[in-house]
Design a protein around this ligand. Structure first.
Ligand code: KDG
Length: 281
């Protein structure tokens, strides 16, 4: 069966239930997220065979992340427990109705200590697709090395490399990010980028499968040099965070199942739209 391998930081998330600044007694909802683990869960729900590599702390949030991923059918044999650091945390605040702001408590977290030694070489060599994102290389030098090493191993064994730019301004500046993200984008076979992210690439490379996302306007796909633009599904947006991951999951699950890029794009538009109708990533 076709295997999707992905790696990154899985985080505990507490999201404000009500709009407004946090107050004593405010309600927060606990979930688990992280761009690459979101993709893993989404693709597994759509029937793909998926493995996730990373690190969590030896704590309750690490146990929660393991339980969620395992329960979603993701292979977590390569998710290490790091006793030396806590599981990362993300807080989602809703300062105003209809807005979602993110704060990270992840500096020095277990997930940020991912290193090339953590990589599951056998899985990377067996993968049909390796999916990475621009978040993990922003976490630390060792995490960045792990991403490049995984790309090298998987692509030299014949896997397709899928890369989602996922620029996060709270993690690094465009000038620091640009050479790293541009290098990864140029190595991709499948490239996901938001049109508001192209400024963090030195140029948009001519990859075999390009998905240029335009939010509520839809997506332009360029497959083997042929361009096609498709509108977004009409939905009521509740929480936009995670839409890109659901989009990538839909696209990759279809490609792994042997469907052509144009068909996978339709699935991606649907899964991306569904994700924004629900709170949580
Ligand atoms: O794409 C959604 C992710 O941004 C979220 O789940 C958390 O990985 C995350 C991040 O670093 O922002």
């Amino acid at each position: 069966m076709s295997l999707l391998v992905t790696l990154g930081e899985v985080l505990a998330v507490v999201g404000a239930e009500e709009p407004g600044p946090p107050r004593v007694g405010s309600g927060f909802r606990l979930t688990v997220a992280g761009a690459e683990s979101n993709v893993a869960v989404g693709a597994a729900r759509l029937g793909a065979d998926v493995a996730f590599a990373g690190r969590v702390g030896d704590d309750e949030f690490g146990t929660l992340a393991r339980t969620v991923l395992r329960g979603e059918g993701v292979d977590i044999g390569a998710l290490r427990t790091d006793p030396g650091a806590p599981t990362g945390l993300m807080v989602k605040l809703r300062r105003l109705p209809g807005t979602v702001g993110v704060r990270y408590y992840r500096a020095g977290s277990a997930g940020s200590r991912l290193s090339p030694d953590d990589l599951p070489e056998d899985l990377l060599r067996a993968a049909s697709v390796l999916h990475v994102s621009g978040i993990t290389p922003a976490l630390s030098a060792s995490a960045r090395d792990a991403v490049f090493s995984a790309v090298e191993t998987a692509s030299s064994a014949g896997a397709l490399v899928s890369f989602d730019v996922n620029y996060r301004a709270r993690l690094w500046t465009p000038d620091v990010a640009r050479p790293v993200l541009s290098d990864l984008a140029s190595r991709a076979d499948i490239l996901f980028a938001g049109e508001d992210e192209t400024h963090v690439l030195s140029s948009v490379p001519d990859v075999p499968e390009l998905l240029l996302k335009r939010g509520g306007q839809g997506c332009t796909g360029r497959f083997g040099g042929v361009e096609t633009s498709r509108p977004a599904r009409r939905v009521t947006a509740v929480d936009p965070v995670g839409a890109g991951d659901a989009f990538a999951a839909g696209y990759l699950a279809d490609r792994l199942a042997g469907r052509p890029p144009a068909e996978a794009l339709e699935t991606a538009l649907t899964t991306g739209a569904f994700a924004v109708t629900q709170p949580g990533d």
